[in-house]
Design a protein around this ligand. Structure first.
Ligand SMILES: [Zn+2]
Length: 387
């Protein structure tokens, strides 16, 4: 690659380089996708992680594995020079290698290239994004443009809430000046805000009785649960972007028995940090309408919201102007879905999400990545990592 001496961030040259490397990039995506990696299968995700670790070593990164007993080990790789004291911290590339797909999915959903796309389980969410990150680092390495330290962190429990990897993500992120999340783009846009995700469980204990013989002695847990469901559903405030949805409910034993037990699981999405405690108080204050019934309410915020902070907007503006140099318009979007970017943003670290692949069908049978967007987005990622 040739650069003029005065070009600070040579986007066009990066794009040319990314196009040259597209064959290798596709090969790496394929290699990662063929290593099936459902979150709950440690050995499988660890094998996929080993492919990433080998790639990182090939690029001269210093590799550290955070060993986990139940879930996949977490891969931390550092590239470039450590920042001098007082200089801004490293840039973080954050991704995951687990997928929602069980082992054997490849038999019915093979990894293949067709119609300008790469198809297969985990292509879009997010093995292509991880491969793009390695390619961006390779580009910077070869052009001697890796002026700041870059930390790549890959976990293997994102699709099940990142309970095990969260402390490692937060600990590494705290020393970083910016976080770039390799989750797929939203359409063509990157993500500057994500809702927080919370889950509540409501259990009702009533009194069982024969529905015909002892009707008055019974206290129906299902009827009580129905009232509670109506009440919590009304916590939804669409104008605020706050949603409460009862996704699962069950109860009772036989149709002629007044049910003593019923339960529901509630999905809650919050756009602002302050919504969390407010909602928690509302759930805690739930009371049964029938005093003979008892409510047991448990729940918590799993992922805090990623608010559209000033730091995040600054990163977005930089990305938008680099994209313009590459000849495409980069819009921003917000989403109700959570990612590990929620954790880093909640720590106050500028976080830009959705910098991975463009495609369709995350978590769906038609999961695929559009090939023509791979090189420009890889060049964009590389540009964001320069100085
Ligand atoms: Zn993902």
């Amino acid at each position: 690659m040739q650069f003029s001496a005065d070009s600070r961030i040579p986007m066009r040259a990066l794009l040319a380089g990314a196009r040259q490397k597209q064959g290798d990039l596709l090969k790496l995506i394929r290699e990662l996708v063929l290593a099936e990696s459902p979150s709950d299968d440690k050995a499988s995700v660890d094998s996929c992680m080993a492919i990433a670790a080998a790639q990182a070593r090939k690029l001269g990164g210093s590799v550290k594995l955070h060993r986990q007993r139940q879930r996949a080990d977490i891969l931390e790789v550092r590239f470039g020079r450590r920042p001098k004291a007082g200089a801004p911290g490293p840039a973080m590339l954050l991704g995951h290698l687990d997928t929602v797909w069980p082992l054997g999915t490849l038999k019915t959903m093979p990894c293949r290239e067709n119609g300008g796309r790469v198809w297969g389980p985990g292509t879009l969410d997010m093995k292509a994004g991880v491969a793009m990150a390695f390619t961006a680092l390779a580009l910077l390495n070869e052009a001697n443009l890796l002026r700041r330290e870059v930390v790549l962190l890959l976990n293997g429990d994102e699709e099940i809430g990142s309970a095990h990897s969260r402390p490692v993500i937060e600990q590494v992120a705290k020393e970083c000046a910016a976080v770039y999340v390799l989750e797929p783009a939203q359409g063509l846009a990157c993500k500057t805000a994500r809702k927080g995700v919370a889950g509540w469980r409501i259990e009702v204990r009533g009194i069982a009785a024969h529905a015909g013989v002892d009707f008055e002695k019974g206290a129906s847990a299902i009827r009580e649960l129905a009232r509670v469901i109506e009440k919590v559903s009304n916590f939804t405030n669409l104008k605020r972007g706050l949603t409460v949805s009862v996704g699962v409910a069950s109860g009772g034993t036989k149709s002629n028995v007044i049910p003593a037990e019923a339960w529901a699981e509630v999905d809650v999405r919050i756009p602002r940090m302050a919504d969390g405690p407010r909602l928690a108080r509302k759930f805690a204050a739930l009371k049964p309408a029938d005093p003979r019934c008892k409510l047991i309410v448990t729940g918590a915020i799993n992922r805090p919201p990623m608010e559209r902070s000033r730091g995040t907007v600054r990163l977005y503006r930089k990305a938008r102007s680099l994209a313009a140099e590459l000849g495409f318009v980069l819009n921003e979007a917000s989403t109700g879905g959570g990612s590990d970017g929620n954790f880093t943003a909640a720590l106050g670290i500028p976080t830009l999400d959705g910098l991975g692949a463009v495609g369709e069908g995350a978590h769906a049978r038609h999961e695929s990545v559009v090939i023509e967007h791979l090189a420009p987005r890889t060049a964009l990622l590389a540009g964001m990592l320069i100085g």
